[in-house]
Design a binder for this molecule. Sequence first.
Ligand code: ADP
Ligand code: MG
Length: 702
Amino acid sequence: MPRVGRGRDPLSLRSPLAGTPGIGPARARALAAAGLTNVLDLLLELPLRHEDRARFASVADLVPGGPPLTLSGTVVEARLVRTRRPGFSITEATFEDESGQAGLVFYNQPWMARWLTPGLRVFVHGRAVMKRRLTLEAPHVEAEPEENEADAALSVGRVVPIYRSLPGLPPRVRRRLVARALEEATPGLPERLSAEVVRQLGLPPLAPSLREAHFPGSAGGPPDPGPWAERSSPHLKRLALEELLEFQVALLRRRRERATRPAPRIEADAALRAALAGILPFPLTGAQKQAIREIGADLRSGHPMARLLQGDVGSGKTIVAVLTAVLAAGRGFQSALMAPTTILAEQHAETVFRLLSGSGVKPALLTARVTGRPRAALLAALEEGEIGLLVGTHALLEKPVAFRRLGLVVVDEQHRFGVSQRAALPARAVASGLHPHVLVLSATPIPRSLALALHGDLDVSTLGEKPPGRTPIVTRVAGEGEREQAYRALARDLESGGRAFVVVPLVEDSETIDARAVASWTEEVARRLPGRRVGAIHGKMRAEAREKAMRQFAAGELDVLVATTVVEVGIDVPEASFLLVENAERFGLAQLHQLRGRIGRGTRASTCLLLPGDGASAGALARLGVLARTEDGFEIADEDLRMRGPGEALGTRQSGLPEFRIADPLADRELLAKARELALQLAETAGTPPFEEALLLRSARR
Ligand code: ADP
Ligand code: MG
């Protein structure tokens, strides 16, 4: 019920947070800095977790290494401990309840020593470890509310939400705000699915789901944090589905819009087909032929193609792209082929120049390294329409270059996968009212079903088969104490004319630490390989320095390249025949597979040795065994997803998946499929789908 007689209007979903009771300018700024400006933002940021403060555990229940527990008790004392490391602090405290005492320890939270005054009543939540005594390590601590405090019942005696902590916004204030927003604003949350559909889904309605997300047990669900921690709550599923539905509807809409735009109509006649066949240095694989058929149909349609060509490393995506460009050139349209780095662009250019010699299609390479007169001449030739296929980096479209008749844009994403953004880029390159066709190449081995759902606005072609005649790579997981042997094997390979990558894990994500770690690894490797020229690359190096080292390695001026995973998106070095991965258990399987794609590209027999670190678990070793067993990227990705869970197997940010507030597209794969199905269904039945206005989806609102 809206509260009346308090001199203010009830909150609605779009009410600004600034000025609501308890939120003065300072708190409003803290909220805004965290991306929360209105009531809906606040309600859609779900708790990180919940604490059951209806039934407390006690000190006597603590077990070292046991599950995290919530206790209620009193601070006995707290003090700041001196450490020698500058900028690093430890606070130690003693906590007690009726059953006994336990230690609390906090790292780098010096204010805790001041705040935890003797006698303070607190809730603590954490995991116990055995130090000098039983201790909760870095626990969450919150002061108990006073009994007469307004809304004390939101923070004790029930399952309580724990939110991301924001400076200047105490947890109890936030809970009060959320509770009020839920009460006043959720009646305005539209239920966009028909009762019939909701029933078929077997999921609860939307508004109670949102209430449950914050205060489990408040709207018909169980007062239990468990289902939320496990992502099994039907209320959570309902919220996630809603968000995924908005996403799928947006993809569908984009796809429909595209289908109304005009694009060059490109069709191959017999002569063109013969010309295409003429440039092929080898027969195409069945998968390549199928992909070309699919692309051919798109190009004939008169509307812009937006197709993802996905295939494992080495599956032969480049030739498919080049053939498509030749097809476009045959009808007088220019193409652009873009790679993520200069060095990859150069490499593509080499392939392209080779394939196109004698084809009548003129290729060119444009990177930041092409300057002065040659650059001016190239740009002029491009505008004249003389150049049929321009190879460059993604900067080609960021700083648009003038084409005379651009008909096709090929984006080589390598393994990154920010596909949706990329597909939007060429809109700028529209010439003479015709939208160019877009082909995105991706080596991210994700299951086809997932690719379809995540890139619902793209069509997908998959190269599920590799060209014949590739030298297989022998992959082995080294056993304990086989390090010496591993480096001896590497040395032997170098002696026989090979080159090697040694991949090392990163310690921390900091520039100086990375550089130091890589430097010390490099010293270690050089010590083990006397007389060999050892170079190094890592992600925090300046791009030019990195490319220089790669070039030296490619040219044979270095025998060994010590590298972090930056070599994933690497260059072709046919002589590279040995890959040694230190602390291999710290990498994802898909990542290791990608790394392995750097070798076995020439005629030399190639070896991949995975060296687990000392503490690697049996499970981790079993995981690495998958790589020794198969070279199929899709199978590996599936295993990785299965064994490690989606969050870890493909980090959202890194993989370029859209950032959802609630859904986890990998964990919630079934919901994603369901959302896709529902979106199609909704689009068929209603004129405008009810999800046009996005409430949950972030990208669509900002
Ligand atoms: P990726 O999909 O990783 O980009 P590439 O296009 O670089 O793969 O192809 C990998 C290698 O396989 C290249 O050396 C290429 O010339 C070769 N290749 C591609 N298609 C075929 C084929 N049908 N038969 C034989 N070799 C092929
Ligand atoms: Mg490639």
